[in-house]
Design a protein around this ligand. Structure first.
Ligand SMILES: Cc1cc2nc3c(=O)[nH]c(=O)nc-3n(C[C@H](O)[C@H](O)[C@H](O)COP(=O)(O)O)c2cc1C
Length: 187
């Protein structure tokens, strides 16, 4: 069967693409504005290059057409902390997907502990085993309501016991395959 994307509506394109490009990482993007810590889950992201160390994340808009808070904060402050999900914080992550008013913090509302690991970056989610501290690099202009942002990795937090002297990292992150959540483990 050949599927012609031009003739498929957006919802079905999303279903097809997210069932095919698997797994997708699940992570909070933590940003800040005017003292409010914003933490929202994202999955449409992928590594782009190691030099410069960059990832791309695609952020949509709110139902009213305004920018999602994560997008607005990254474009304004040029900083984001990406905190990966694991089996112990998945429930918190799902809760924090709700769209709150911009001056309301998901971490406060849902009692999600954060830790200011690096002074110049938004705090990380305490229960994450690893986090990437990123600067805004560029925006990719495509038509439609999704804004792909390129973020440059400047620092990474990793729990000491999860990295060895050869820089091999051992994580059991949560990923998304289609609409399912899966724990990523070695086989
Ligand atoms: C597992 C999961 C993955 C998500 N991935 C994305 C994504 O890649 N892009 C996006 O725009 N929204 C994604 N969302 C929805 C956002 O988390 C949601 O719109 C959130 O309210 C945005 O919050 P903000 O306005 O504080 O940025 C995802 C939600 C969940 C639960």
């Amino acid at each position: 069967m050949i599927l012609e994307y031009e003739n498929i509506d957006n919802i079905n394109r999303y279903k097809l693409m997210s069932d095919t490009v698997i797994p997708r990482p699940i992570a909070w993007i933590v940003t800040e504005d005017e003292g409010v810590i914003n933490a929202a889950p994202f999955s449409y992201f992928t590594p782009l290059s190691s030099d410069p160390a960059t990832i791309v994340v695609s952020i949509g808009h709110k139902e009213d057409g305004s920018q999602k808070d994560s997008l607005a904060n990254i474009l304004k402050h040029k900083k984001a902390t990406i905190c990966f999900a694991n089996i112990d914080n998945l429930d918190d992550l799902k809760k924090s997907a709700i769209s709150l008013p911009k001056n309301e913090s998901e971490t406060k509302t849902f009692n999600i502990d954060t830790h200011r690991t690096l002074e110049d970056y938004p705090p990380m989610i305490k229960s994450s085993h690893t986090a990437l501290f990123c600067d805004f690099y560029s925006q990719i202009d495509i038509p439609g309501k999704t804004v792909p942002l390129v973020l440059e990795l400047k620092f990474q937090y990793i729990q000491d016991e999860r990295i060895n002297d050869k820089n091999h990292i051992n994580l059991e992150n949560i990923a998304r395959c289609g609409s399912y959540f899966k724990v990523m483990k070695d086989i």
